[in-house]
Design a protein around this ligand. Structure first.
Ligand code: F0G
Length: 425
């Protein structure tokens, strides 16, 4: 008997999870819902099961997603799993970062240390494994850069043809190179991300092309593993806060869903709070939050250094709102300038994060300054991608005029005197 079903988040209508369907007949989003009572009865000691897989080098046990497979996709046959492996990302604690934020205990969960350098690998191993299980003939996504890199990589591993729709000249060069190198068909559409999303929804509407955006609820199941792995690393203790950047709002939805399930299963004894952070150039969830979520808001997203979250109409808006409400959460925002300073501060502590991740760091700083986060609260900040994917942003910052943490390279004559003088020796 199967443990999971596809269910509409609004009207609660259920569907067979083997259908390639991404919307309810009523038009709302679908979620993969697990029968947690059945799950608890089938696997009475989940912690021991997870611990037992820790030392393994064999995929999928070595994966920081499939180690928790009973919580992710319990009905997926093991032979369908496509894993690199992914996950097992560090929690970095750095005194300099704590000083920058004015907090005693902060961890950066660095999802940029995944195989394609972003958190998307977690959702994608689940999404591509499910596509593989269903026998999908071609997969597609719209992307601000990281989803397409991850999808192209996993599709290549599974030998499934892949097509990515990118907003023309709105992703970094490193992000653009990834799906090209992995052999996906790369289509640069002369629009923004929201425009690409509209086209890919139409392309995949009849299920012939399998959609791998986070609107696909199987992706959300894999993405849940960030929060599961973080609390596991903290000895199954929930921190006081998770702080996370928000674009299309899949990641915050997944985080909240996973944490709620852990609480329901008794794997953690309290729920943490969640802070979603947007950039001012693309802040529909924040604007709606400031109105008490009275209405859903969309904006035309403007250019920003946080190009991966330049999204004006987040697909998972309703799921994210529910998570913020359920977890006593907050939504805040930061400027590009704040994000760049936060990025440079974390980078200089030896943890190289991307500008989108830095939005979460800047948000944590603001929430501390405003008193929402208390100095002695334990905080986990999710860094979503590696700084190496956005080297132009770092170089522009460090060679620019204004950065507080700027560290420009120096060009010199090739002499000992010049080098000694430059080092102040
Ligand atoms: N950080 C990075 C580095 C991202 O690539 C994204 C989303 C986010 C944060 C926001 O996560 O959308 O789940 O709220 N990137 C998507 C993409 C949209 O196409 O790569 P979200």
């Amino acid at each position: 008997m199967s443990i999971s079903r596809l269910q509409c988040i609004a009207c609660k209508k259920t569907y067979d999870p083997r259908q390639a369907r991404f919307r309810c007949d009523c038009g709302d989003l679908l979620a993969v819902e697990h029968d947690l009572e059945q799950l608890a009865a089938a696997y009475p000691d989940l912690r021991a099961t997870f611990e037992g897989r820790l030392g393994s080098l064999a995929t999928p046990d070595a994966s920081g997603v499939w180690r928790y497979r009973e919580l992710i996709l319990p009905d997926l046959p093991a032979e369908a799993i496509v894993s690199l492996p992914e996950g097992n990302t560090p929690l970095y604690r750095r005194a300099a970062v704590q000083r920058f934020l004015g907090l005693d205990e902060v961890y950066i969960k660095h999802e940029g240390e995944n195989p394609t350098l972003s958190f998307k690998d977690r959702g994608m191993t689940a999404g591509v494994s499910w596509a593989n299980h269903l026998g999908a003939r071609i997969v597609a996504c719209a992307s601000t850069g990281d989803t397409s890199a991850a999808m192209a990589c996993y599709a290549a591993a599974a030998e499934i043809p892949a097509a990515v729709l990118l907003p023309h000249e709105k992703v970094s060069l490193e992000q653009l190179a990834q799906p090209i190198c992995y052999g996906a068909r790369v289509l640069a559409l002369e629009t923004d991300f929201d425009g690409c999303m509209r086209v890919v929804k139409e392309l995949t509407a009849d299920g012939g092309v399998y959609l791998l955006n986070s609107m696909n609820p199987f992706r959300i199941e894999g993405q849940k593993a960030i929060g599961v792995e973080a609390v596991h690393q903290l000895g199954w203790q929930a921190p006081d806060w998770f702080v996370i950047p928000v674009g299309n709002a899949g990641n915050i939805s997944a985080l909240g869903k996973g944490l709620s399930e852990l609480r329901q299963l008794g794997l953690i004894d309290r729920l943490p709070r969640v802070a979603g952070v947007q950039v001012t150039a693309a802040d529909p969830l924040y604007r709606s939050y400031t109105e008490g979520f009275a209405r859903r808001i969309s904006v035309t997203a403007r250019p920003t250094v946080a190009s991966a979250i330049r999204i004006g109409d987040p697909v998972s808006f309703d799921k994210a709102r529910a998570v913020v409400q359920k977890l006593g959460g907050v939504v805040t925002e930061c400027t590009d300038a704040d994000a760049l300073e936060a990025m440079a501060a974390v980078d200089a502590a030896g943890v190289h994060v991307c500008p989108n991740s830095a939005v979460a760091v800047a948000g944590a700083r603001r929430l501390r300054a405003e008193g929402t986060i208390k100095p002695d609260e334990r905080v986990v900040i999710i860094a979503t991608a590696h700084g190496g994917k956005f080297s132009h942003t770092s170089l522009d910052y460090h060679t620019g005029e204004t950065g507080e943490h700027r560290n420009p390279p120096v060009t010199l004559a090739p002499t000992l005197e010049a080098v000694r003088a430059a080092l102040g020796l």
